[in-house]
Ligand binder design. Sequence first.
Ligand code: ADP
Ligand code: MG
Length: 641
Amino acid sequence: QPAITAAINGKGKAKASGTIDYAMEFDWAPQLKGTMKKVFGISSFRLCQQGVCNANMDGRDVVCVMPTGGGKSLTYQLPALLTPGCTLVISPLISLITDQILHLREAGVEAAKLTGGTSKALANEIQQRLIEMASSRGGGQQGDIKLCYVTPEKIAKSKAFMFLLRKLVEGGKLARIVIDEAHCVSQLGHDFRPDYKKLSALRQFFPHVPILALSATCPPKVLQDILKILHMKPVVDGKAAPREGTIYFSAPLYRKNLHYSVVPKPSSAKEVVSAMSQYILQNHEHDSGIVYCLTKKDAETVAASLQDVSNGRIKTGVYHADVADGQKEGLHRQWRDGSIQVVCATIAFGLGIDKGNVRFVLHHTKSLDGYYQESGRAGRDGQDADCLLYYRPQDATRQSSITCTDTDGTAKLHDMLRFAQDIQECRKILFAKYFSASSDLSMTSWTTEESSAMDKCGHCDNCTRAPETVEHKDVTTEAWQILKILEAVDVQGGRQTIAGLSDLARGLGGGSFEAGGKRKKAKAKVQLDYDAVAGGKVGLSKDDIETLIVQLLVSRYLGEAFSSTAYTVNVYVIPGELALRLTRLARADVVHGKGPRIHCSFKRQARKGKASTAGAGTKRKTGARSDGDGGDVSVTTVAGS
Ligand code: ADP
Ligand code: MG
């Protein structure tokens, strides 16, 4: 058993409460630092690396949440070199594994991989070496495999490999099991992989081998799910850890070189591509970037039209699961050397990206987790970055038709909508709140994180927004009208989409709607009597009313109803659970301030001479750059259209 009692004997014990502070220096600090410098050329720890290394060295179960690019690999590679035996690493992608092995070999570390792509002969050789390790005596020999990388299928599907692991465990030579991208085990996360779920077998078969779970995106619910699936004990604070429990470390969730903002998104797919093209040419003419798209087909379409509308100035490539391996490699190469400027991709593209100077990322997004995670693909060289989210309220429709079947889909959608609709609170604070929200755990680390995360970033769109471009309004009367109109539709058995309700409430299309009926033919047109129903039409602009409707959705005055056909899921708005609080009042009462008040913030045009929010999104200077080194990075999220 590699676990050493040094935590008790060493300098880390410190605390009077008898808990261990793993963030401190331990007896093995000289070895850790020496090896780090000698093998990896790194002279100081970053974020929570030291704490995670210490807890690993002490044989504890650990969960480490660090942003993408934060340096999670070092937290297991370094202890692996200082512990007898082999560290097993489970990683979701072959490309990711290949990359790691390459780096390790360059550093002179004995590392091996066993994946679907490994030849039989090579796999046999590696397995033979591991068997020899298992049966050899003593603390290890020259040529021992210190790190063995596998894809989760190996654990899920290969009995022979599980047998080999058992041999290693029996010989006391399985130092640790590392699960990279651990959020993939949870269906509540944004990147669930069925084979990851089967990793639960590891703890069942090898109860004494410590587990290290790594992730960049791990909101509380996902964390709880990971712990449950992997059979790990509840988390304890890594800086004041009792002898029992899973050591939890998280580094600041927020990377200060990423500048988040939400910008208006045009209504047609064509205009969206034009806006993206314009944005890229104006701000990142010579920079590499990614456009994340919702579907494979979208990726292909966007790639073609982006190149098209820019008259070939923007060279694009396509990446998704169905692109042939050879083509993917070619694309990576061309993207690296700059002959492809923008990769249009599904979320399949990302985990393996090891390109520092990604200057902008535009993507379709389904959830805040995904947006956060995908934002992390940019600016890994530490340079400044803009993170733009193209958003328009009607997207709620397509978003919910996609997420309504997911566990927690609607709640996740509402989180995203709240984030996008908020034009006042700092984005960093919104993220911090989201990642620590609904946490009924007493996780000291989150709390600590939160308090520092509660300072404004000072450079997102909301922090830099000119006050005169926000109008904060009491729109209770308008909300009452909308709900009354929807009620009238509901009484007739009709139903409305967000766009439909917005048009109807404003009196567009002649002010009539379709009544309901079981049979399609029975549907009759009903003329809405605006004065009788709602005291008139709603006097808001299209943008404003849609903003208000989404706000009513996330605050439960409106609800959603889904209706699925063979091809698609349609989303309708229905009166929500709080609707009666308003609709039971008479219009005059509402106008005179009775009942709950509904406030909404609307964007207004900047006065002449002020920078517009379209385009760069923030007032930060993005010019003064001549090449791809240094400068700004944008991560732009384009919600589905
Ligand atoms: P993650 O897995 O968290 O996304 P990686 O482990 O791939 O990140 O590390 C990202 C980059 O940061 C790598 O190039 C790595 O060499 C570098 N790195 C890791 N730790 C440090 C450190 N303490 N100081 C400087 N660079 C580091
Ligand atoms: Mg990693």
